[in-house]
Design a protein around this ligand. Structure first.
Ligand code: ZN
Length: 173
């Protein structure tokens, strides 16, 4: 009652006016993943955007060991070190892993990213997975982007022989 009375008073005195709400919402349909290492340090933000082939994944990661690293979309949106909480690769078609396989591997498979001597990796890749719609990555349990210690060999099931999970970011709208 008290709140209502106050609001009525404000309305009567003309103090309540429509206000333009400024937000930092991303463009429609995009998502992002803040990628953190095992110690919780932020390595960078990746932006995920619907593209014709599926989902584009772009951004810059810093603080990685130099060299190539596997990057995959994993099936659960939970990044608790050592990041096994993110589950396996996103794979709604239940096929074998690897971009070099005849069917193109898991929907969540991505090309390797390469960190330079300074530990910086510019990420500009895409996966077949889609952010929304049928069999999309953003289902009830979410999804995550995971960076691995080694390169993905593109063939070895189920994860390209890419080694430990170094960093992880929950995919968020
Ligand atoms: Zn895979």
């Amino acid at each position: 009652m008290r709140i209502r009375t106050t609001l009525t008073a404000l309305l009567l005195t003309g103090c309540v006016r429509p206000v333009a709400v400024v937000t930092s919402e991303p463009a429609a349909g995009t998502a992002h993943a803040d990628v953190r290492d095992l110690s919780g340090r932020l390595l960078g933000r990746l932006t995920l955007t619907p593209v014709a082939a599926g989902t584009g994944v772009r951004g810059t990661l810093e603080g990685l060991p130099p060299g190539p690293h596997a990057l995959h979309i994993h099936t659960v949106g939970q990044c608790v070190p050592p990041f096994t909480t993110a589950g396996p690769h996103f794979n709604p078609e239940n096929v074998r892993h690897g971009l070099a396989t005849p069917h193109g591997g898991h929907a969540g498979d991505l090309p390797n990213v390469v960190a330079g001597p300074d530990g910086r990796a510019v990420v500009d890749v895409s996966a077949r997975a889609r952010l929304a719609g049928a069999a999309a990555v953003l289902d009830a349990d979410g999804a995550a982007v995971v960076v691995h210690a080694a390169a993905d060999d593109g063939l070895t099931d189920p994860a390209g022989n890419a080694g430990a999970r170094l960093a992880c970011g929950v995919i968020t709208r």
